[in-house]
Design a protein around this ligand. Structure first.
Ligand code: ATP
Ligand code: TZE
Ligand code: MG
Length: 269
């Protein structure tokens, strides 16, 4: 077998845009519209399909599945599990976003059940990743209360324990597959002031894994670098969270693939 060089972030971005992968996003009520617009602007094709009656069937035709527990309820959890089974039966990657899973017993239980189903990638903020590893986090709800650096060891342990790529986002993002790790810088301090950008990023990680199913680490790095580059561009001239949100969609739409790899944006860790 010949060994193939793994594609870089810019190349994966160009591939994602050329192929517009269909991504099944099971996300929360807050994020559904935001995430669909983010995926369209970035070049992917989102579909918000969550009903238990159809989620598994749909997962077999989508390029990837993303599952976010932000506004979970029993019917939705049934849809999530059916979709995960469908995606796995079809050999498709799936991404878990454990929003505020530490906040209540129900959330904790559901997050643990989903984690046991072996996600390809887990993407969360620092508080979510620390708590998923069994640590005590300062998070209270959907917003992070801990620095990314404090979650790095937890991310490495989780990755090894579950065989998943783990991404921790914040001012500088951290990604690991248990063996390799990278840090991604850029973005804007206005990003955590706009709701559901993290949830939307999880959906975009799905889009990149759809075009690189055998390279989830590289796909996740590329998705994070896309947000870092577009966030940096949108920050220029933004007056606050409102104008930033509009500029961010425009920046995703107009993004030059090479911007993902400029300077020290992606560094090995
Ligand atoms: N202070 C910051 N400076 C630059 N970029 C940031 C900053 N904080 C977050 N980001 C970026 O914002 C995006 C969302 O990450 P964040 O960690 O805020 O997600 P989250 O807490 O899960 O969000 P949500 O739950 O509201 O969807 C990522 O691309 C991250 O790099
Ligand atoms: C604000 C909020 N509440 C539950 S999910 C969500 C979106 C950000 O995670
Ligand atoms: Mg989140």
């Amino acid at each position: 077998m010949t060994s193939q060089k793994t594609a870089g972030a810019a190349e994966l971005h160009a591939r994602m845009r050329q192929t517009a992968p269909l991504v099944q996003c099971i996300t929360n009520y807050v994020a559904m519209n935001v995430a669909a617009n983010v995926l369209l602007a970035a070049g992917a094709s989102p579909a918000m399909v969550h009903a238990e009656e159809e989620a598994g069937e749909f997962a077999r035709i989508a390029g990837a599945l993303t599952v976010n527990i932000g506004t979970l309820s029993p019917g939705w959890v049934g849809g999530m599990k059916t979709a995960i089974a469908g995606a796995m039966a079809a050999g498709r990657p799936w991404v878990l976003d454990p929003v505020a899973h530490f906040a209540t017993g129900y959330r904790r239980r559901v997050a643990a059940e989903l984690l046991a189903l072996r996600p390809t990638v887990v993407r969360g903020n620092a508080s979510e990743i620390i708590a998923l590893d069994g640590g005590v986090s300062a998070g209270q709800g959907a917003d992070a209360g801990d620095p990314v650096e404090q979650a790095e060891e937890a991310a490495r342990r989780l990755s090894r324990a579950h065989g998943a790529v783990v991404a921790v986002t914040g001012p500088v993002d951290f990604v690991t597959d248990g063996r390799r790790a990278a840090r991604i810088s850029g973005g804007s301090a206005l990003m955590p002031k706009v709701t559901a950008l993290g949830c939307s990023l999880t959906c975009l990680v799905g889009a990149f894994t759809a075009v690189a199913p055998d390279a989830p680490f590289e796909a996740t790095v590329a998705a994070l670098a896309t947000f870092a580059a577009a966030g940096e561009a949108a920050d220029q001239g933004a007056g606050g969270p409102g104008s930033f949100a509009v500029r961010f969609l425009d920046a995703l739409h107009g993004l030059d693939s090479q911007a993902l790899e400029v300077g020290e944006r992606i560094r090995p860790a």
